[in-house]
Design a protein around this ligand. Sequence first.
Ligand SMILES: Nc1ncnc2c1ncn2[C@@H]1O[C@H](COP(=O)(O)OP(=O)(O)OP(=O)(O)O)[C@@H](O)[C@H]1O
Ligand SMILES: *[C@@H]1O[C@H](CO)[C@@H](O)[C@H](O)[C@H]1NC(C)=O
Ligand SMILES: *[C@@H]1O[C@H](CO)[C@@H](O)[C@H](O)[C@H]1NC(C)=O
Ligand SMILES: *[C@@H]1O[C@H](CO)[C@@H](O)[C@H](O)[C@H]1NC(C)=O
Ligand SMILES: *[C@@H]1O[C@H](CO)[C@@H](O)[C@H](O)[C@H]1NC(C)=O
Length: 425
Amino acid sequence: MLGWKIMVLTAVAFVFISMHVLDSRLKCNMPSVISSLCSSFEEGLVSGPLCSDLCQHFSIHVGKCLSMIPEKMVYEGDWKGLQVILKMNMDWFNTWKEIQKLTDGDVLRSYHHEVSYQVETLFGDCQACGNLTSYLMLLSDSNKDKIITATEARTFISLLHQIEPTMLMVLNESKNTVDFYGFCGGLYLLEKVPIIASQVFGEKWAFQDFSPLPDIFEPLEETFRSYLAPKIVNVAFSIPYVGTFLGDALTLTKYIVFHSFFQTYAPSENEKFEFIHSLLDAVLNVSSNPYGMLQSCDLHLGNFGVTNDSIVKVLDLDMTYPVNLLTSMFEQKQCSSDDDCWIGTKEDYLVNICEIQIPFIFRSSTILMLQKENSFCLSEAIRKLVVFCKELPFIESPEQLRDSIISVKERLRHIESTSQLEFTL
Ligand SMILES: Nc1ncnc2c1ncn2[C@@H]1O[C@H](COP(=O)(O)OP(=O)(O)OP(=O)(O)O)[C@@H](O)[C@H]1O
Ligand SMILES: *[C@@H]1O[C@H](CO)[C@@H](O)[C@H](O)[C@H]1NC(C)=O
Ligand SMILES: *[C@@H]1O[C@H](CO)[C@@H](O)[C@H](O)[C@H]1NC(C)=O
Ligand SMILES: *[C@@H]1O[C@H](CO)[C@@H](O)[C@H](O)[C@H]1NC(C)=O
Ligand SMILES: *[C@@H]1O[C@H](CO)[C@@H](O)[C@H](O)[C@H]1NC(C)=O
């Protein structure tokens, strides 16, 4: 009796594992993508500062596949001994194929206009936008010969059609985004951070804690849809540029559950405070860029990395948009209620961190150490901090954001010093 049960279980496990392996083969096919990029490079149809390293010197090595989303390749790798992340969104090929239809002359004549149009779409007519356009044009000159060829233009325009590499290039000056090392076609190389915040603190989305049961996967996705749907998804889906990315994000919620199982390290109270301070610094820095305020629609701890010198870095900018872009998207839409047209950094980084991530990060103090008087004080102090955050003004400028972040940080320091005092008593 027990025998056939074991056989069935073994068979099921075998089928499951084989399907999983097949699944990853189909989805994790970076080597074939690279050979396709490289043959186009040999034909002179693709360019990029990293193409010779990738296709001629073979100094870029592909390691482990990190994402199971077929359109979005994320790999570990090695570039001349440096640990890197390789990324590519397969949508790049579509734009690139589309642009092949234009003649070289047309591509070159409209190139400056195309780049400045992308910049304007993102940031409006910001003061530093002219500089940004020149900076981006410089990046597209792959071989640095001060002449932009039609191939360089086609390759780069296709990259600018994607929000993530574009934002990473735009924000590369910031010490709080992962460094953008370069690209070949639609493939780009990024700094690899040693620690992902969710590996240390767990993964927290903007809704209730989940229990580790398989059947919660679907409700989780539903919850996410209903949370985000009235706000951004509907609007964004009407714009092809961002629609595909938001589509990805909806399927992502399934994988997040797995991350929370693999926490191996329990951070100390002190480390929690330090992390939150660095996180707030990172948010302030990224939002105070010269081009315009940003809004993230995908704020979770899996999108933040920590360097070995404790700097918090934003890893994934797929769902980070300039407020200007979101505003113009909403203007083009007929809004019948506030829920259709939602915008504002009030609901964004700071509020999310303060009202959701901070209580989440300190959750273990409330569960495991509830009996202890001092941890009760800490959780009460965190609860009061959340109330304080709810009353923060609606944030419309980097200055306001800075003031609010300073006041939150002051409160955190106060909580930290009183809780340490209680610990030593
Ligand atoms: N710069 C980086 N340094 C280190 N690890 C990274 C970096 N970028 C991404 N990763 C790792 O690769 C994984 C996948 O990356 P990313 O989040 O961009 O893709 P995804 O398909 O959206 O993944 P996920 O489903 O995990 O959110 C992340 O969970 C993260 O652990
Ligand atoms: C544009 O760049 C130049 C040189 O890098 C700099 O001096 C100038 O301040 C920048 N302008 C703006 C508006 O940022
Ligand atoms: C991005 O910044 C890093 C660190 O400052 C630098 O090493 C890298 O060359 C920059 N990337 C580009 C494309 O300029
Ligand atoms: C953000 O960091 C960059 C350097 O990485 C720095 O030049 C800039 O002043 C910082 N901005 C703020 C607002 O702290
Ligand atoms: C952090 O990592 C860099 C290289 O990735 C290394 O050069 C540096 O020594 C490390 N610093 C610490 C404090 O470990």
